[in-house]
Design a protein around this ligand. Structure first.
Ligand code: MG
Length: 389
């Protein structure tokens, strides 16, 4: 299944009845902003986009005005009032759908706004053979059992899984399982409710992006509106003249000509530096190292790049990768590429595999073709520290 059109019909329930107090503040977290919209908006839009129809949103009694505001422009849903517990709320959603007799249903938490379509495809695919399917992830940390602040034992992470939502079910099975569910004391999820009535639940691969927004930090990362991932590009040209040294990527090359400029005129490092600065919106190389300042006369350009990487870190970003293209007829870049790559990696703290150095000619056309100068362009990606991307 590669597109939503290949998915069979399914109904959706978004559970948005919680108070979400752990995140802090007066507004229930499903109504709070994340990437420019409410959590609820994101969760509903993705399910609708994947084809969920009909779709019910379970909200707390009296929360309709807040929910409508949070859904700003969404269509194709219906509100249902939830109950005292999550089970009660899901049950209310299922009962509201019963008249439609859907074959399949996805039950989702509003607090998981980033829902990749392939997860939905895996879940629904698994319902061919099972009454239920849940997205899970392996446990990567080691586990301890807490007995009042003392370690009482260890749990085997190999057999444990982190369970996410949405959870997918054959509608008739999950409805009857909920109707039969008697255990009012245990806060189980819907898969546990189904399993308790004998239904088989398939485990499919979840996705780290589906993580539940729980703590205030998840919002903090977002409230300054800085995206988790950004790119920057840089471009530079220097003249080739006789009697100058030729520095490229912090490496001195033997050549008939060298590059002219106020600093060492390392056109490649200048392009990368501008790309880093561009990615974090910190101006350009001239802002930080003005050619009018005699201090930078003959300066090695590696320090410009190191400074740009520090500014990016100060803005909360780590470098992801660099892709550089050097444009000239001569000298040949290939023989020097390993040394250049190692030096750029050293200056930026990146692994060499994250540094790409490419070269091209312009077929003897233009100023680079005539050997009057060397041009360089670079693209750099940066990601917010602490983000998983
Ligand atoms: Mg320059």
């Amino acid at each position: 299944m590669s597109s939503e059109h290949a998915l069979p019909a399914f109904a959706g329930i978004v559970v948005a009845a919680g108070k979400g107090l752990r995140v802090g503040g007066d507004t229930p977290k499903q109504f709070r902003q994340w990437r420019g919209r409410s959590l609820l908006w994101h969760s509903v839009q993705t399910l609708r986009g994947a084809g969920a129809d009909p779709l019910v949103i379970v909200i707390a009694d009296g929360a309709q005005a807040d929910a409508e505001a949070a859904l700003d422009g969404c269509t194709g849903y219906r509100f249902v009032t939830g109950g005292a517990t999550r089970q009660d709320s899901v049950r209310a959603g299922l009962e509201a759908l019963a008249g439609h007799k859907p074959e399949l249903v996805l039950i989702h938490d509003a607090a998981r706004p980033d829902l990749p379509l392939p997860v939905i495809e895996r879940l629904i695919g698994a319902l061919d053979k099972h009454a239920g399917a849940i997205p899970t992830l392996p446990v990567v940390d080691s586990l301890a059992v807490d007995d009042g602040g003392v370690m009482a034992g260890k749990a085997d992470r190999e057999v444990l899984r982190r369970v996410q939502t949405p959870q997918a079910f054959r509608f008739a099975d999950i409805l009857s399982a909920h109707r039969a569910w008697q255990d009012q004391t245990t806060a189980g999820d819907d898969a546990q409710v189904l399993a308790a009535s004998g239904g088989s639940v398939a485990l499919v691969d979840g996705d780290e992006r589906l993580k539940k927004i729980t703590f205030a930090e998840d919002f903090l990362q977002d409230t300054n509106t800085l995206p988790a991932f950004r790119v920057g590009q840089g471009f530079d040209v220097h003249r080739l003249v006789e009697g100058e040294e030729l520095w490229l990527c912090g490496i001195k090359l033997e050549h008939t000509h060298g590059l002219a400029g106020h600093s060492d005129a390392d056109v490649a490092l200048h392009a990368i530096t501008d790309a880093v600065l561009g990615a974090v919106g910190e101006g350009d190389i001239g802002t930080h190292f003005p050619p009018s300042d005699p201090k930078w006369k003959g300066a090695r350009s590696g320090q410009f790049l190191e400074h740009a990487v520090k500014l990016a870190a100060k803005a909360g970003y780590s470098l992801g990768n660099i892709d550089l293209t050097i444009i000239c007829e001569a000298p040949k870049i290939g023989p020097h590429r390993p040394a250049m790559r190692a030096e750029v990696a050293r200056l930026t703290g990146l692994a060499e595999q994250a540094v790409s150095i490419k070269a091209t000619t312009t077929e003897k056309l233009g100023f680079t073709g005539r050997g009057e100068g060397i041009a360089a362009q670079a693209i750099v990606s940066v990601f917010a520290k602490g983000s998983s991307s």
